[in-house]
Ligand binder design. Structure first.
Ligand SMILES: [Zn+2]
Length: 157
């Protein structure tokens, strides 16, 4: 019988690893910024805002942490799924340069009309960077508002 080398897939299956074609590699970049906001719907009365948002109706600040996860094939030349310095540059150019040390209610044109909850910010940030990244590569975006609270937007898998 002629010599027949195992393929990578045969080897992976034979030694109990997952089928290589179903394996996903994720990489992530974390950035931080500081911003002020208030949770307030300008169309509602002060009393109604107070009822909905409590003390968050007052202007206050957060040290936000933004984590962006991308996926793709590992490039055989670089060994990267995505150059994280490039991902950082996209996050800075499309989001952080506009929001850092700003009032999110009044200073950022592309947030106009939004109540700047972590959920709404995460959705807006997702839209700001998705078009800048290769199709289908953006997997999730998580915005930490405090050590205890985050909101995440993800692509349905
Ligand atoms: Zn807040």
């Amino acid at each position: 019988m002629p010599y027949h080398p195992l393929t990578d897939t045969d080897t992976a299956l034979a030694d109990g690893r997952a089928d290589a074609s179903s394996t996903t590699v994720l990489v992530s970049r974390r950035e931080t910024f500081n911003a002020a906001h208030q949770l307030r719907d300008p169309t509602l009365s002060d009393a109604e805002n107070e009822r909905l948002f409590g003390k968050c109706t007052n202007l206050h600040g957060h040290n936000y942490v933004l984590e962006v996860v991308v996926t793709g094939e590992v490039d055989p030349v670089t060994g990267y799924v995505f150059d994280l310095k490039q991902l950082s540059a996209v996050i800075w150019r499309r989001i952080i340069e506009d929001v850092d040390h700003r009032n999110l209610n009044t200073d950022v044109p592309w947030l106009e009309g939004l109540i700047p909850t972590a959920e709404n910010l995460a959705l807006a940030f997702w839209e700001r960077i998705r078009s800048e990244l290769p199709d289908g590569s953006l997997r999730s975006l998580r915005l930490w508002e405090t050590d205890k609270n985050w909101a995440e937007v993800g692509d349905r898998v």
